[in-house]
Design a protein around this ligand. Structure first.
Ligand code: LLP
Length: 428
């Protein structure tokens, strides 16, 4: 039975590609993140195929899963990258990604991050405020460079998703308000050390309806027309990321259909108003590329039935997978052995000393102590949001490629957790 692309049961055992997960547990221990190479590649390829023959660039949002091997795989398939920190930029470079195909998003870029990005030859800065424009111009002048810039516009459309991951409403901290966009561009073109390349937006994440994205696209194309009438030429239009995945059985927007629709709409607009002169289109997908390509493998440590709820305490916790605690998010939980009788509703929780440390609620499963279970749809915003809370070393990460297992991150050692700390020189 297939649960996710390249993840499912074979001979009654849960496998990623051809590898049964008890092999991962005995070789690398638990908790461990496990990804399918084929599913990662196909996640990106869905975008790449839809863009073929168009002037388009897919900039994978590194924050979704920033493991070097994941970035390497996507770079190898031609991906550009969307980053939000100097740290993410250095990961892209270390993984063999091309800084010229990388765009730098985020509301709070520091001066040193700007400097680093300019030195590395970043493709574009997505600038979110007038103050940031000023700072970037000064940093570029200092380095004797011209910084490539796009302005991130907040189009004030409701993406209809969780409030924490809604970014395109005017109440949020993101972007330049739509009604201040034209004055912002007029100001931007006056800076001698900036070169205005593009316009962008990102309205939210885990979107299950593409209408708000199309609405945002139309608002941006309208702005490009107004800018054109003032001789401000825009070379690229970046629609951000945001397409959702099925965590349960949600209807999702098909990637190919969506990208095709955007490119066709842009093509028609360019044909009507610009004599067919193309404009480059950028996408910044994260979750829809990697989200369903991974799972978190964990072992049941203790069962506390009827207390009054049934608690299953596993060796993964909110520090490994924060999404349930932070967003009330749902991740399907499946056992390593396919069929077993005697299911009860279990609260699946971790060892951390907080009642907020839960991973799943009231799941009908037949569990015994020592069992392996997996949290599905854990390829995005899972390991990348892990912490060391309670001084817990972060999990290992493995990529399965057919029948081979590749460890792409060692489990952290306990000593590494405090190796950068120091003791006081106490004399009393
Ligand atoms: N571009 C920008 C500027 C972003 O802020 C984001 C995500 C993306 C692209 C990628 O969006 P995606 O295609 O993955 O939806 N931690 C949350 C998700 C936070 C998303 C933040 N921004 C979660 O676990 O659901």
């Amino acid at each position: 039975m297939t649960l996710r692309p390249h993840i499912g049961y074979r001979l009654g055992q849960l496998c990623v590609e051809e590898v049964p997960l008890d092999r991962i547990a005995s070789e690398y221990g638990t908790p461990t993140y496990v990804y399918s190479r084929a599913a990662l590649s196909e996640g990106f390829q869905a975008y790449a195929d839809a863009c073929r023959g168009h002037d388009a660039l897919i900039c994978y949002a590194v924050k979704a899963n920033s493991n070097l091997a994941v970035l390497q795989l996507l770079a190898h398939q031609g991906a550009g990258f969307d980053i939000v920190s100097g740290g993410e930029l250095e990961r892209v470079v270390a993984a063999g990604g091309d800084p010229a195909k990388t765009i730098f998003s985020g509301v709070g870029k520091s001066e040193s991050e700007m400097r680093l990005a300019l030195t590395r030859g970043i493709g574009c800065f997505n600038v979110e405020s007038l103050s940031e424009l000023r700072r970037l111009d000064a940093v570029a002048r200092d380095l004797g460079q011209i910084a490539p810039v796009s302005l991130r516009i907040n189009p004030d459309v409701d993406p209809m998703t969780h409030p924490y991951i809604s970014t395109g409403l005017k109440e949020t901290k993101f972007g330049i308000p739509f009604d201040q966009a034209l004055p912002a561009f007029r100001e931007a073109v006056r800076y001698p050390h900036l070169r205005i390349l593009g316009i962008d937006c990102h309205i939210g994440s885990q979107l299950l309806n593409d209408a708000p994205l199309i609405e945002a696209l139309d608002l941006l194309t309208g702005l490009v027309d107004q800018l054109q009438s003032e001789q401000i030429a825009i070379e690229h239009l970046d629609l951000g990321g945001g397409l959702g995945i099925a965590y349960r059985e949600e209807q999702t927007v098909p990637i190919g259909g969506f990208v095709g629709q955007v490119l066709e709409r842009v093509g028609r607009w360019r044909a009507e108003k610009y004599g067919g002169q193309p404009i480059r289109v950028l996408f910044e997908p994260g979750r829809s590329v990697v989200g369903n390509a991974g799972l978190l493998l964990t072992r049941v440590e203790y069962l506390k039935p009827g207390t009054p709820k049934n608690y299953a305490i596993v060796d993964a916790a909110m520090n490994d997978l924060l999404r349930p605690a932070l967003y009330d998010a749902w991740h399907d939980v499946v056992p390593f052995r396919e069929a077993s009788a005697g299911a009860l509703p279990w609260e699946i929780v971790g060892p951390i000393c907080e009642s907020g440390d839960w991973l799943a609620r009231a799941r009908e499963l037949a569990l015994s102590e020592g069992d392996l279970i997996a949290f599905l749809s854990a390829g995005a915003y899972a390991m990348s949001m892990a912490s060391n809370y309670n001084s817990r070393p972060r999990a290992a990460e493995i990529i399965i490629d057919g029948a081979s297992m590749h460890r792409i991150r060692e489990r952290e050692s306990i000593e590494s957790l405090y190796s950068s700390e120091s003791l006081l020189p106490l004399s009393r």
